[in-house]
Design a protein around this ligand. Sequence first.
Ligand code: NAI
Length: 344
Amino acid sequence: MKIAFFDAKPYDKPSFEKYGQQYSVKFKYFETKLNEDTVDLANGYDGVCVFVNDTINAAVIDRLADMGVKVLALRCAGFNNVDMKYAYGKLHVLRVPAYSPYAVAEHTMALLLTSIRRIHKAYLRTRDFNFSLAGMTGFDLHGKTVGVIGTGKIGRVFIDICRGFGMKVLAYDKFPASDLDNGDTVKYVELDELFRNSDIISLHCPLTEETYHIVNEDSLNKCKRGVVILNTSRGALVDAEALLAGIKSRQVGAACLDVYEEESDLFFEDNSGHIMEDDTLARLISMPNVIVTSHQAFLTEEALENIAETTVKNIVGFFETQQCPNELCYRGGSAEDCKNGKCF
Ligand code: NAI
């Protein structure tokens, strides 16, 4: 099997080479992202392997199908960058449903602690032998209320971590879990109540039409003054302009973003020698109470290993049996769930 691997980074190759050799899958690594301009690179390959910022729209799907490419193997969980409805019947779309919820949940807590205990400031100060504590006052997490939107794999690990800190949890999910609400320290509430009563809000739901800009001017105005916003899920869950306005008006006390609405042309690349054209991102990064990481929450050794192993097994399983438990159907569930009528 020959697979064209788009948006390849140095940290992808060791694990993909290891599992590729083990299962006889040959990868050709392209640094460029997959889009309408680059799709012809996939000519002659059995499948393409893509990540979060590749663009798999109708034109790309048509061209891939014309060239005889059968499989689109996502090496990530989210699939908001694929026109799933259009892909139906043309391409088989496989994904990695879970690779390390711990990686993302732990990064979320790392961002929160860094922000509220001013670690990012302290690191810079002490490197300059500035041992002043002025402006470094933080607050305890113990006893605070965290609102968690999306209680799937990552949301639940994050909830466990927060409970370890002695925090109370208000949860919201379109499909609440039956075994999470204990009526005391973890409660499912309506979204409105979550916005009104949380000291910290963390996003762990997928990006869909329903969740687009779920954090916006209106929802931020409902929040407690000084609310901390955490987004390690997908950038467009947050209206970045509204967040910036909230930071400026002091309605938002701090924001930690591993993802950004317009990240696709910026994140994962070194732009240090370029003029930053995105004024909203530049202004957010200039704020002392905003921390931005460039979609790195997933980036642990364990996650990279799991991503490569599952992706390779997805590809091999599909070509050997024409079936893969991690195939997506256009309605958003797995192909298996779809057949069983359980697809959401
Ligand atoms: P999951 O599928 O296990 O959980 C998602 C949860 O969101 C489910 O419980 C689902 O019912 C809920 N949900 C769906 N629609 C909703 C809505 N309209 N409102 C509220 N909740 C809704 O997914 P998992 O593995 O926990 O991942 C969550 C998100 O994290 C992914 O969608 C992805 O965007 C993001 N992610 C980010 C990474 C990073 O490196 N920053 C890495 C991996 C995932």
